[in-house]
Design a protein around this ligand. Structure first.
Ligand code: ZN
Length: 394
């Protein structure tokens, strides 16, 4: 097996041992063998390798871990976006528009969309991406959405409880029964996670608890959409069910923060339930941003993700989310980068990605910049020079 040396790295972010919270090393090199990081150290002591990539003094980071994306859908909602920018509020009702288009699409059309968005994300440095179902909302359409998602990710999430589809509008209890019964049975073989949109207008706390408990019993890990559009019980339900992540967290009470902080690991390594913030959604719905500082100051582990979806956040760009987190949510550039890499990995309960330490998956991003600071400092600029995934230059 050939070895690949990424050499002459001016600033290496490891999220492990090194300077500051990002574990930065200067004048460094990374040796990759069999898709894994085999060695990290000073460039002057780099071992020999069959192949070499010269980073030319630039910054190198772990690939981004996007822990929240809805990529299996058809159609777009550009007109809805334009109407919203002209003053119409976001209600979540537009999800049903995408459900209609998704049901009407062929498998190949859905697969082509996932492939396109997955490629778009990869070119922007995302080397791990979670992909949700949730625009099929029938047994067959959720099962095929997850089958297709699983072709592109190890982290496929069953979101049959995205909204109650129109045909069940007057009998939501029956829809919950469908989700917990035949839909879960068809979905579970392709999924690692279960998710519920717990929000007014979607699923209330009792329905959400019932659905998530069924998913847990079927072996799926729990994550949920919570407290996006207003205050509510979602975050505390997530803590109750040992969710890996509660996502959005835009409207939080002191009790919500305390509940999350209460899941702290005893070794000081953060919280067991992660708060995943999705600033692309606030940007695209012109809504107030979550209070990241309040979470961070309480010791809650924070992740950043795109929420890539055709309605409320049609971006696949983690650098864009980092820039928003720094400018609009008062995260430091270091906090934002950690949240977009190691934080995303925590939100997926993975320790093989989001870090560049020996044994980790060799997912590296070479920037066209001397420092990770440029990700927020130069928003909208294509700074991703090269992406290496699983040890393979893309
Ligand atoms: Zn979402």
């Amino acid at each position: 097996m050939s070895a690949l040396l990424v050499d002459n790295i001016g600033e290496l972010v490891t999220n492990g041992v090194g300077e500051g919270p990002l574990g930065i090393r200067r004048e460094a090199a990374v040796l990759i063998e069999e898709g894994r990081v085999a060695w990290v150290g000073p460039a002057a002591y780099a071992p020999a390798a069959d192949r070499r990539i010269d980073a030319a003094g630039a910054a190198v980071l772990p690939g981004f871990v996007d822990s929240h994306a809805h990529l299996v859908f058809a159609g777009d909602r550009a007109a809805e976006f334009a109407a919203r920018m002209a003053g119409e509020p976001y209600t979540g009702g537009g999800i049903r528009t995408t459900v209609g288009a998704t049901r009407a699409a062929s498998d190949d059309e859905l697969r082509a969309t996932v492939r396109r968005l997955r490629g778009e994300a990869l070119r922007q440095g995302t080397t791990t991406i979670e992909i949700k179902s949730g625009y099929g909302l029938t047994v067959a359409d959720e099962a095929r959405s997850l089958r297709i998602a699983a072709e592109f990710t190890e982290d496929a999430t069953f979101l049959g409880a995205h909204v109650v589809p129109a045909e069940y509008a007057d009998r939501p209890d029956d829809y919950v029964g469908l989700v917990c019964g035949p839909m879960l049975a068809a979905a579970a073989p392709h999924a690692k996670w279960i998710d519920v949109f717990c929000e007014r207008g979607a699923f209330d706390v009792d329905h959400a608890r019932a659905i998530l408990a069924c998913g847990q019993a079927a072996g799926l890990g729990v994550r949920l959409h919570a407290n996006q559009l207003g205050p509510g019980p979602g975050v505390q339900l997530g803590v109750e069910l040992d969710a890996a992540s509660v996502d959005h967290c835009t409207h939080l009470s002191d009790a919500d923060i305390d509940a999350l902080a209460g899941t702290a690991h005893s070794d000081g390594s953060g919280t067991r339930t992660v708060a995943t913030l999705l600033p692309g959604a606030e940007f695209s719905t012109r809504s107030p941003y979550p209070d990241a500082r309040r979470l961070l100051d309480a010791g809650v582990t924070v992740a950043l993700a795109t929420d890539c979806n055709p309605g409320s956040s049609y971006t696949s760009s983690m650098p864009f989310c980092i820039a928003l987190a720094v400018r609009e949510m008062r995260m430091t550039p270091a906090e934002a980068l950690w949240a977009a890499t190691a934080g995303g990995a925590r939100a997926l309960r993975r320790d093989d990605v989001g870090v560049l330490t020996p044994g980790a998956r060799a997912d590296l991003v070479v920037l066209d910049a001397p420092s990770y600071l440029h990700l927020a400092y130069r928003p909208g600029v294509p700074l991703i020079h090269q992406v290496i995934r699983n040890g393979v230059p893309q």
